[in-house]
Ligand binder design. Structure first.
Ligand code: ZL4
Ligand code: CA
Ligand code: ZN
Length: 396
């Protein structure tokens, strides 16, 4: 209004805490927080820190976490140590923790939880105060955690906490989840409200694949008087989906949700276990297609706040390459495909899989064995139609 125009481009803030990256879930556990160090090193090697504001975050406080989680559960999480396991073994079950499950009690677990959650809360606050247009927290995105228990490697649901922050200033938030697992914790938390629309793309096979929820008819409360009816959307997929199929499906469904729901803020969970070659995942996506989703949401989020967060991802070198690439998409930089020659942990990127025999690993390709593609055109079209049908009930 006073003639001062903002420079073209986006203000991007990058939220991290080095201490979060140093925790270990235990021997052979697939979740490896050091993938965050690998990601950050790659981001720094490309010089992306000069195109963003970097924030080292403080741990979230008990009161901040209690905005979603029950005090009983938080008290337990904050007190339990690995060696007390026998004394309170019974409580393990109640709160979803335990050595035989997905969520072990490890040294520093409480600090780890407070750090990754603090980073998502900070990122949301940075958007709220208009310090950033896009805020990134690769350590967050732990979408399975429930109000009163841990689930699927997730102890605290940082996404719910961040969305709650955003809801203090905007009427509507769209949550989009491209992790290969269903975003059940976030969906459940906002099941009964029309202020948050959740949209998850995932492998769906209730018999064999975690968490087993997220069928196409799981669209919100069936009682149509409940405001949440039609505000939970799911895109259930099979093994082996490829780049072109995923991009087409993502653009159609996400584009329609943004248009119809017209949110003021978007939260994008970028779980990298949907990439080909993932230790747990079974899709065939390349980094380019995964990044396409980030770029698409960014291009459609003009004048909307955008929070970009991590999630799963169990082949660390691929996680780091994907999230570095996606950081560059957020800031609007084009990186050379050849990785910088002097990155720390360079060995971690050198793998027979990366073109075996190539001198330098690159940013774009995953060349592991592909999974058989179980999708046909009819099925993919039916998924699009299903989303279109649900969105007929939504108008803003
Ligand atoms: C492991 O090797 O499918 C955990 C989990 C620990 C090391 C110690 C072995 C102890 C694979 C997985 C035994 C642990 C057995 N260790 C865990 C039905 C299950 C019951 C629990 O990306 N056992 C449960 C969860 C999924 C199940 C996926 C994705 C998170 C996210 C966001 C969560 N749970 C079978 C597994 C191992 C382990 C090896 C494992 N767990 C693979 N898939 C699961 O969406 C961050
Ligand atoms: Ca998902
Ligand atoms: Zn996952």
């Amino acid at each position: 209004a006073n003639g001062i125009e903002r420079p073209k481009g986006y203000n991007v803030s990058f939220h991290f805490n080095s201490k979060a990256e140093q925790h270990h879930f235990g021997q052979s556990h697939p979740m490896k927080p050091w993938r965050l160090t690998l990601t950050k090193q790659l981001v720094l090697s490309y010089g992306l820190q000069f195109a963003m504001d970097i924030f080292e975050t403080l741990p979230a406080t008990m009161d901040q976490l209690a905005a979603f989680h029950s005090r009983d559960y938080l008290e337990y999480l904050s007190r339990i140590t690995p060696d007390q396991s026998e004394v309170i073994a019974n409580n393990f079950k109640i709160f979803g923790l335990g050595p035989e499950g997905d969520c072990p009690v490890f040294d520093g677990m409480w600090d780890y939880c407070r750090l990754y959650s603090g980073a998502s809360i900070d990122a949301a606050r940075n958007l709220i105060s208009n310090q950033a247009d896009i805020a990134i927290n690769w350590s967050g995105g732990l979408h399975h955690a429930m109000k009163k228990w841990a689930s699927g490697f997730c102890y605290i649901n940082d996404i719910v906490l961040a969305i709650q922050q955003l809801l203090t200033v905007v009427p509507r938030v769209l949550y989009v989840d491209i992790d290969i697992h269903h975003g059940d914790g976030v969906q459940h938390a906002f099941w009964s409200t029309d202020r948050v629309m959740t949209l998850s793309y995932h492998k769906f096979d209730p018999e064999t694949f975690f968490p087993g929820t997220g069928g196409k008819d799981e669209t919100g409360p069936k009682n149509l008087v409940n405001p949440g009816a039609h505000y939970s959307l799911n895109v259930p997929l099979h093994d082996g989906i490829d780049d072109a199929q995923y991009e087409d499906l993502f653009d159609h469904c996400t584009g329609a949700c943004i248009e119809k729901f017209n949110p003021q803020a978007i939260v994008l969970q970028c779980g990298a276990d949907s990439l080909g070659g993932d230790r747990l995942g079974k899709f065939n996506l390349n980094i380019k297609a995964h990044g396409h989703c980030v770029d698409f949401v960014k291009r459609r989020s003009h004048n909307r706040r955008l929070l970009v967060i991590g999630g799963g991802g169990y082949t660390p070198r691929n996680v780091a390459r994907a999230w570095c690439h996606e950081t560059s998409l957020c800031v609007g930089a084009t990186l050379r495909n050849q990785l910088p020659a002097h990155i720390p942990y360079r060995q971690a990127f050198m793998s027979a899989e990366n073109g075996g025999g190539e001198l330098y690993p690159n940013l774009s390709h995953i060349t592991t064995r592909r999974h058989e593609n179980k999708h046909d055109k009819g099925y993919l079209e039916s998924l699009k139609k299903n989303i279109d049908e649900q969105l007929k009930y939504v108008e803003n």
